[in-house]
Design a protein around this ligand. Structure first.
Ligand code: PMP
Length: 418
């Protein structure tokens, strides 16, 4: 069986998934929407049946080693027993109540202990809630309007930050201005252009724009951004939604010695349970208390219990160090396979959140074909987004991933530049 036949056989063997897609097409706009829409990708199943640790199974029973972790939330592994036991204990008491449960205070205290810049924490549900709230707090505190955003950066799916203009208006973004990531001169010029109307600079811990090589933050850029915010009184907002608790057990720029004023968190904070947080320093406390923000499900106590257990376990298990070890081995294995098969790739970013692209692949046809072949060999990866290594990855998971990815390189080598 050639590699291509292998992929085609896998796609044919998708009876349950295909039937669900057909039913969804009738009752869900577009059949599926947002970042988990797999319609344009041949190798990806749309529907997942179950998951444990670093493995998941699609609705047709195919098993995968999971290198996406639900696009970031699953950091300790699917259905982590300690996190789920904490969630179950809280569920037995109550979840959606007339007020927060005690766990909200426990969780805020934990974040204040663990996150260097945090003197307080607010909770919400999605990363977009948290990034939007950071901008609102910065505006309430400064009485100014403008927010500086890195060109091409993703900060969520609300009209002010959606990468897709459908249904948004120019007014939604009228108070945004742009700078280039890691380019302090461009940030300085953008800050000057804002004159005395700059409320905030929002920045991600490293450059992780979908579909491009990742770029680690230049420490001088991070320190320069901090200094510009100190000079102007604008808030330095760290969007730690994607990278938070994967790079460091605390805020992601702590290793650089740079503390943001406000930070947005979600994804990994509760190991897959729905929770987001904003943390901030004392100087921003009053403004944070002055704005009106809420949501029907924001005080869900089960997700907070899961977050408390997740953040505690991340520290206790030295999860970041483990993810770096696995990520280093994954990177070495991928680059070794690419080299042996004569395929030129760029593998960028922190090893626990790597991004793979192929040389001479402007329309990303090759990386898509590669990911299709990886899926067919039981490795769940994505061609347009960074991957996420989870702390549950075992040696057996890593071996399965490297074997599958090696097979995928073999399958596409004829199509890639040598
Ligand atoms: N900021 C960043 C850096 C993100 O990666 C994301 C989600 N991919 C968001 C904000 C928005 O988070 P959510 O999808 O939970 O609203």
């Amino acid at each position: 069986m050639t590699a291509d036949v292998h992929l085609e056989a896998r796609i044919r063997d998708r009876t349950v998934d295909s039937a669900l897609r057909r039913r969804a097409a009738a009752v869900v706009p577009g059949g599926m929407y947002g970042h988990l829409d797999m319609a344009r990708l041949a190798g990806h199943p749309q529907y997942i049946h179950r998951a444990r640790g670093a493995r998941l199974w699609d609705v047709d029973g195919h098993e995968y080693v999971d290198l996406m972790g639900s696009w970031g939330p699953v950091v300790l592994g699917h259905h982590d027993p300690v996190v789920e036991a904490a969630a179950d204990r809280q569920r037995a008491l109550g979840d959606c109540l007339n007020g927060p449960a005690e766990i909200m205070v426990d969780l805020a205290e934990l974040l204040v202990r663990v996150v260097g810049h945090a003197d307080w924490a607010l909770f919400a549900k999605n990363g977009t809630d948290a990034t939007t709230m950071c901008c609102t707090i910065a505006r309430a505190a400064t009485g100014r309007r403008l927010v500086l955003v890195a060109e091409g950066a993703y900060h969520g799916a609300a009209p002010w930050c959606s990468p897709n203009p459908a249904g948004t208006t120019g007014e939604d973004r009228a108070n945004l201005r742009y700078y280039r990531y890691n380019d302090l001169d461009s940030l300085r010029a953008a800050v000057e252009d804002c004159a005395d109307d700059l409320a905030a600079v929002i920045v991600s811990p490293f450059r992780h724009d979908a579909g491009y090589d990742e770029e680690l933050a230049d420490p001088d850029f991070a320190r320069g951004a901090r200094a510009l915010c100190d000079t102007t009184g604008a808030a330095l907002v760290l969007d730690d939604v994607r990278a938070g608790f994967r790079l460091h057990h605390g805020s992601s720029w702590e290793p650089l010695g740079v503390r943001p004023d406000l930070a947005a968190w979600s994804k990994a904070i509760a190991n897959g349970h729905p929770l987001a947080a904003v943390t901030g320093g004392d100087g921003w406390r009053e403004a944070a208390g002055s704005i009106f923000v809420t949501g029907s499900f924001w005080m869900g106590a089960v997700a907070m219990a899961a977050a408390h257990a997740t953040v505690t376990e991340l520290g206790r298990r030295h999860a970041v160090e483990h993810m770096v070890q696995v990520g280093d081995a994954l990177r070495a294995g991928v680059l070794d396979s690419a080299g042996r098969w004569g395929v030129e790739v760029s593998y960028t970013g922190p090893v626990q959140m790597p991004n793979l692209l192929f040389a001479d692949d402007p329309d990303r046809r090759l990386v898509r074909a590669f990911c299709d072949e990886a899926l067919a060999r039981g490795v769940y990866v994505h061609p347009q987004h960074n991957w996420f290594v989870s702390a549950a990855t075992t040696t057996a998971d890593l071996d399965m991933a490297l074997t599958g990815l090696d097979g995928a390189f073999a399958a596409v080598r004829g199509r890639a530049r040598r």
